[in-house]
Unconditional design. Sequence first.
Length: 337
Amino acid sequence: MNVNRRKFVGAAGGAALIGAASLRPAWAAPQYRYKYANNLPPSHPMNVRANEAAKAIAKDTDGRFELAIFPSSQLGSDTDTLSQLRSGAVEFFTLSGLILSTLVPASSISGIGFAFPNYDAVWKAMDGDLGAYIRKEIEGKGLVVMDKIWDSGFRQVTTSNRPINGPGDFKDLKIRVPVSPLWTSMFKALGAAPASINFNETYSALQTKVVDGQENPLAIIQTAKLYEVQKYCSLTNHMWDGFWFLSNRRAWEKLPKDVREVVAKHINGAAMGVRADVLALNNDLQSQLAKQGLAFNTPEPGPIRDALRQAGFYKEWQGKYGDKAWGLLEQSVGKLS
């Protein structure tokens, strides 16, 4: 799939992106108007594809359903918006399984450090038995989750003070991590000093030197302009991350079956589009970010993985997830602990 990168950069920003409005007769108000919140900039593929999905949903429901998109944490931080989703104040929310783990512990297993060697292993797990197991756990908490997880990408470490060339470079590094126990545990095992900070506060935390580094996929580093407040980018590929598309169960069940089918079809289709987009973007983002001042290096993952193993990281988390979930992960990636 050829992706025109400029369409992401030129995506609409600011207020809510309401994809359905232009497709509805001026006199016909939508029967259902649902809010979809996310924490990414309007130019990120997630919001571009969501806006396309909103238009397609409006068309296929004859204007009965309008999806109003609120990017860039407009409705609150990740933790705030998750609370709103559960209460029904927000109907849809995309959230990393690693952050969702504060409610659904099993959802963070896809982010185990250095578990996935490539995308083939990721999709084997997340479109297979492991993904089905996680979705069942999410639904057990009273949420509805779409079938296809949206790709965020493999995560890389950026820093302002030194590149990461091996496990020793993590020692005492003040690094921003999302509000998730798995991140904190992994970086502590490497000797770093992780600080849990919501994404909407990350840029300012880096700018004011509250932390010296952070870790995110290249697409987020670019669209959130984190290169403006960082100097080095170490291509660690230390975690894969994805976003589950979540719905408030009461709001979802309020929709007629035919509307639910249309919404699910286009949301899952948008997820597959984002997977292709992120893969294509990653092929040229390194050169783009290098032009914007980031210095790149590629550490060998083996010694870092060995340091985690020696610190007992894998054994600890195998115990927390349980043998069933851990076994499903190792079906796709091989032996870890």
